[in-house]
Design a protein around this ligand. Structure first.
Ligand code: NAD
Length: 260
């Protein structure tokens, strides 16, 4: 119960990593506000949470919506934790083909959203003496695994933003860190497919098989693997940890296949 009495905001909390993290934070004693564009899934989680999870329809490309989500948690007694996590694959084109508007949309979803999440959380946390912010990056930020260039660039930006925001906000006792997931089995890879739920699960399983081969621990990551790292970074156990990231990638970035 490391987070007893804390209030947390989780973006992208209706699915995958965000959902598992919202549930983990609740398990550790927090009350959680999920912001997501998936109203059905978000409302379902809230309804089955015994009042511990609240859903607010939020598009993280909309600055006013982010500010309102954070304000809702703050109004309930003060904002302690923010997990800036919402995301999707973004534009897939190579750099010599991508349209400027697609580049902008991807940066807005994956990087600007995190900057604005920090921007609007910081004053709320500062006024109550501190807080913890965790941002979701990706191994693609470190050059590992394949992800499109617009996505990988945004996720690299998240790591740099995390460091500089940590430096700027330390004076308010606000810590800022990131998690760097490897291949985690979620709907992110199949969300755009127009297909049945059964076929989506089959595709997810096939991707998990590829992931198992790419990661020395020889299994795909689970959303709960990331949630555990976020819970640590959000807790006082990480009171002396800021401006850094935790790799949760099953060893994917070790960089050698010699031993597996
Ligand atoms: P997911 O698709 O299961 O969950 C993403 C959630 O974000 C969904 O609920 C979706 O509705 C929401 N979302 C998308 N666009 C949004 C918007 N504009 N505003 C608000 N919510 C929005 O995927 P996931 O794998 O859990 O992804 C979570 C984060 O983890 C993303 O930032 C992703 O880039 C990152 N990540 C995932 C992996 C992986 O292997 N799954 C690896 C590295 C990083």
């Amino acid at each position: 119960m490391r987070l007893q009495g804390r209030r947390a905001v989780v973006t992208g909390g209706a699915s995958g990593i965000g959902r598992a993290t919202a549930l983990r934070l609740v398990d550790e004693g927090a009350e959680v506000w999920i912001g997501d564009i998936d109203r059905d899934a978000g409302e379902e989680i809230a309804e089955t949470s015994n009042g511990r999870i609240h859903f607010r329809h939020t598009d993280v490309t909309d600055e006013a919506a982010i500010a309102a989500l954070l304000a809702a948690a703050d109004a309930a007694g003060g904002l302690d934790i923010v997990f800036n996590n919402a995301g999707a694959g973004g534009a897939r084109e190579r750099i010599d083909e991508i349209a400027a508007a697609d580049w902008d949309r991807t940066q807005s979803l994956l990087l600007r959203s995190v900057a604005l999440g920090i921007r609007h959380a910081a004053p709320l946390m500062a006024k109550r003496g501190g807080g913890a912010i965790v941002n979701t990056s990706s191994v693609s930020a470190l050059g590992s695994g394949y992800a499109p260039i617009a996505y990988s660039t945004a996720k690299a930006g998240v790591l740099h933003l995390t460091k500089l925001a940590a430096a700027e906000l330390a004076r308010h006792r606000i810590r800022v860190n990131a998690v760097v997931p490897g291949f985690i089995t979620t709907n992110i890879f199949t969300r755009d497919l127009e297909t049945s739920e059964e076929k989506r699960q089959m595709a997810n399983q096939a991707i998990a098989g590829i992931a198992a081969k790419a990661q020395p621990v020889q299994r795909a990551g689970r959303p709960e693997d990331i949630a555990a790292a976020v819970a640590y970074l959000a807790s006082d156990d990480a009171a002396f940890v800021t401006g850094t990231h935790i790799l949760v990638d099953g060893g994917m970035t070790i960089g050698t296949r010699a031993s597996w």
